[in-house]
Design a protein around this ligand. Structure first.
Ligand SMILES: *Cc1c(COP(=O)(O)O)cnc(C)c1O
Length: 402
């Protein structure tokens, strides 16, 4: 049985985003299955020894081994690449596998990486611990301060790394300004775009060279499958990413790629409904607490920049309880609908206490420097009814004595 070629990319690139999300990249076998088949196979066979040789030479198209590619990964990668406006996507086992690949693939001992200080906890560990261990110098700066970025560039700087909006503070970094500075200095800009999703923000439109996702978050979005994605141009993939990817073995499982493909079909619907809910929840909490962070609120300090880069404010709402850790715990323990968990972008609303969980590995002074205080709550707003969510948050604030 031969795998029929996918839908002509010339056609899919003309489609609107919602059509791409449902159909782009689809490949059908001779059985003509409607939904993408699941290719749980580690390897592939060849009609002849000559065919095997030709595929290994790259003269014949086709798959060889699922550590390098597989029909499910290929479908997911082409759909994500089209969505992002990238030439190539590589699906990885987790989001952290994607971030690690994006950093390590193109760097060597003696190089320098410049990053925004407000990064996902494990991304900070890569910058602070892993890269220096291999002789790659790193510096982190206040990502909102362009002067700080400029001052920290060194002759050996090769890559810039940032996240916007940042987890969990929703700090916004100006993608175009950082991309321009990176390019003036002959560097690549890597953006972790997890919080915004490709529905709300496409960093390559502002000059980013490499965009990374944890597909575990909104892209699967239903709490089922870990995964990640690195998106870039063909030249960088050929020289750096693909050799790293195939030889280090960070590929996504075909099963997870198949689940994640299904997630893409409803990504835009879910993200927009979650944004509707997040805006309503943020407004209600703001009426009560005053200080709530969501880019849709006029009180959000970086609203202009956020909405210049993002179509909408996103699905995350962040606020601080005056009573610190004790009150934050009281609030979390009183929630009846929202779950206490550390995931995000799920169809179920999730409440997190970053101080004691996701960001606990960072030194106390680093957490405080990032604005992660003991009273900070991060709410990943899901797909439940907005009024139920507001009522849940209000009764939990009451019980916590806010
Ligand atoms: C979750 C997350 C990651 C890591 O993704 P995993 O799939 O959990 O490995 C990286 N960056 C951000 C911003 C995240 O939220």
């Amino acid at each position: 049985m031969k795998l029929r070629a996918g839908i002509d990319p010339k056609l899919t690139s003309r489609w609107a985003r919602q059509t791409q999300l449902v159909r782009a990249g689809t490949m059908r076998s001779d059985f003509g299955e409607m939904s993408e088949a699941l290719y749980m196979t580690s390897g592939f066979t060849y009609e002849s020894a000559e065919e095997a040789e030709a595929r290994f030479d790259g003269r014949a198209e086709g798959f060889t081994y699922s550590r390098q590619s597989n029909p499910n990964l290929s479908m997911l990668e082409s759909r994500m690449a089209l969505l992002e406006g990238a030439e190539v996507g590589r699906a990885t086992a987790t989001g952290m596998a994607a971030m690690t690949a994006a950093l390590l693939a193109g760097l060597k001992a003696g190089d320098h990486v410049l990053g925004a200080r407000a990064l996902f906890g494990s991304c900070r560990w890569l910058m602070d611990v892993l890269l220096p261990r291999f002789g790659i110098e790193t510096t982190v700066v206040d990502g909102t301060n362009m002067e700080a970025w400029k001052k920290a560039v060194k002759p050996n700087t090769k890559a810039f790394f940032m996240e916007t909006p940042a987890n969990p503070t929703l700090e916004i970094v100006d993608i175009k300004a950082v991309a321009d500075l990176a390019h003036e200095n002959g560097c690549k800009l890597i953006v972790d775009n997890v919080f915004a999703t490709p529905i709300l923000q496409r960093p390559m439109e502002f000059g980013a060279d490499i965009v990374c996702y944890s597909t575990t978050k909104h892209i699967d979005g239903q709490g089922r499958a870990l995964g990640g994605m690195v998106l870039c141009d063909k030249a960088w993939d050929e020289e750096f990413l693909f050799p790293y990817y195939r030889h280090t073995g960070c590929a996504m499982s075909p099963f997870n790629a198949w689940v994640t493909l299904k997630g893409l079909e409803t990504l835009s619907l879910r993200v927009h409904s979650m944004c509707d809910n997040a805006e309503k929840v943020a407004t209600s909490i703001a009426d009560r607490l005053g200080d709530v962070r969501h880019p849709s609120l006029d009180s959000f300090k970086q609203q202009n920049l956020a909405l210049a880069q993002m179509d909408r404010g996103g699905t995350m709402v962040v606020f601080e309880l005056p009573g610190g850790r004790e009150q934050a715990f009281g609030f979390l323990n009183s929630l009846e609908i929202a779950d206490i968990s550390n995931n995000l972008g799920d169809s179920r609303t999730i409440a997190t206490h970053p101080w004691s969980t996701t960001h606990k590995a960072l030194a106390e002074e680093t957490r405080l420097e990032l604005g992660i205080t003991p009273g900070l709550i991060r709410l990943s707003v899901g797909l439940e009814d907005a009024n139920d969510l507001i009522a849940d948050v209000m009764q939990a604030l009451d019980k916590a004595g806010v």
